[in-house]
Design a protein around this ligand. Structure first.
Ligand code: ACO
Length: 402
């Protein structure tokens, strides 16, 4: 068997590939994407089948362990995750140290990074048992942390997880329950929430996943690595796109303003881009967007908010952009964030929660890739090279002579 990595290193090959548009940084058996066909497979299973027939925790199992679980395996896994949903009570004090109106992503980066200070017994990456516990803790506690970050940002008391609810319903409960009022989770909303989680579960070597792998390549503990992934996801070109998209729709305000914004997106002298359109890999309809569009229609029907101006603007923008030759020629289609933003808005989430929800959904992808990397005996510390374009060597000039 030829070890390509060794051959490559021996040949002294040096490539310059800004943005890594055509350089593989690792091998993986988790997720396959064909951007031209618009295909996304997890462990070989098409995403639309998983979104239709499966649910988030089953997909988590598939990503983590490589196969769909038997009924007994799934039950055991769901019990384990459910048992880990509470966070250490002392962490509540840590939350309270943040400014009261902190962005939930800012809080999440800090709190998840701080898990390494609260859960010492799962930071030793050389111990497979500790690695396993860390991955369960991260998947189980992330909804609790995201919901607490939200509650803190709006000044409401924290809501503890409920073990009788499934993963998605429990998250909605922790976000929307208030002590003074009974909150019953609508099954259509929890199904739509579960789909959002499922459709964001993994997406191979995107910026945040590559960040997790790079951080992990130095041997950093899992909580530090996932905190790095959350920080990277925050940017508007990545996970922040769903928030940026909703903010753009609010700025557009009404369907009659759409042509003006489409013209701006096409103007090369204007840096404005239509948020929620385009993708680095998909040059066809993102298969996740197709499923998400269906969910968006269901949720909008349920909430009876077809006349909401933001949502009406979104529907019209989708139609006008899809009919525009500029977008067709550049293969720019609405991406998954376009529709997830609409669903989350309809559910009552503020835009500041959109990226935290993406982060909690993607945690399983980050953790699976982290596990896979550590299991590879040949994995190396990530150390990209650079193309130096600065000064050549020159003599130091004393300050009085400059
Ligand atoms: N609106 C208008 N024009 C666009 C858009 C857009 N949203 N996206 C790309 N283009 C144009 C660019 O101006 C460029 O035109 P040119 O060839 O005339 O120079 C061409 O399409 C290619 O764009 P690139 O930036 O080179 O494509 P890249 O693959 O690097 O970028 C990206 C992909 C970052 C997602 C981009 O499409 C974008 O900024 N979209 C808006 C933000 C967004 O929705 N991000 C979410 C991504 S999905 C996710 O993270 C889950």
């Amino acid at each position: 068997v030829v070890d390509i990595r060794k051959l490559y290193a021996q040949a002294g090959v040096f490539t310059y590939d800004p943005g890594f548009t055509s350089t593989a940084s690792c091998d993986s058996t988790i997720t396959f994407i064909d951007g031209d066909k618009g295909e996304l497979l997890h462990r070989g299973y098409p995403i639309d089948q998983l979104a239709e027939k499966s649910h988030y925790l089953e997909v988590c199992y598939l990503l983590l362990y490589g196969e769909l679980p038997s009924a007994a395996e799934l039950e055991k896994f769901e019990n384990t995750i459910t048992r880990h949903t509470m966070i250490h009570e002392q962490m509540h004090n840590f939350f309270r140290g943040f400014r009261r109106d902190a962005h939930p992503m800012a809080t999440m980066v800090g709190v998840v990074g701080a898990m390494s200070a609260f859960y010492h017994d799962s930071t030793d990456i050389s111990d497979p048992r500790q690695r396993e516990i860390a991955s369960h803790r991260l998947i189980a506690k992330m909804p609790t942390i995201a919901a607490m970050a939200y509650k803190y940002s709006i000044g409401q008391p924290f809501v503890y997880p409920r073990n009788d609810l499934d993963y998605a319903a429990n998250f909605l409960h922790m976000c929307f329950s208030v002590p003074a009022e009974r909150y019953d989770v609508d099954p259509i909303l929890s199904r739509a929430m579960d789909r959002i989680f499922t459709l964001h579960a993994d997406h191979e070597q995107n910026a945040s996943t590559s960040t997790v792998r790079l951080a992990s390549s130095s041997g950093a503990n899992p909580f530090a690595c996932i905190a790095a992934g959350i920080a990277c996801l925050w940017g508007p070109a990545h996970g922040g796109a769903n928030q940026a998209c909703l903010e753009m729709l609010k700025e557009i305000g009404s369907p009659d303003k759409i042509p003006e914004y489409i013209a701006r997106a096409k103007d090369k002298n204007d840096p404005f881009r239509l948020m929620g359109f385009g993708h680095r890999v998909y040059k066809n309809f993102d298969p996740r967007a197709t499923v998400m569009k269906q969910s968006a229609d269901e949720v909008l029907d349920l909430m009876g908010i077809e006349n909401n101006p933001i949502l009406a603007t979104a529907k019209e923008l989708e139609q006008q952009a899809l009919a525009d030759p500029y977008f067709a020629e550049k293969k720019l289609f609405p991406n998954v964030d376009f529709y997830s933003g609409i669903i989350l808005e309809a559910m009552g989430f503020p835009t500041s929660m959109f990226t935290p929800i993406f982060a909690l959904s993607r945690t399983v992808g980050w953790v699976s890739q982290w596990k896979e990397q550590l299991a590879d005996p040949q994995h190396k510390i990530g150390r990209p090279r650079q193309l130096y374009l600065g000064n050549t060597i020159r003599e130091y000039v004393d300050i009085e002579n400059r």
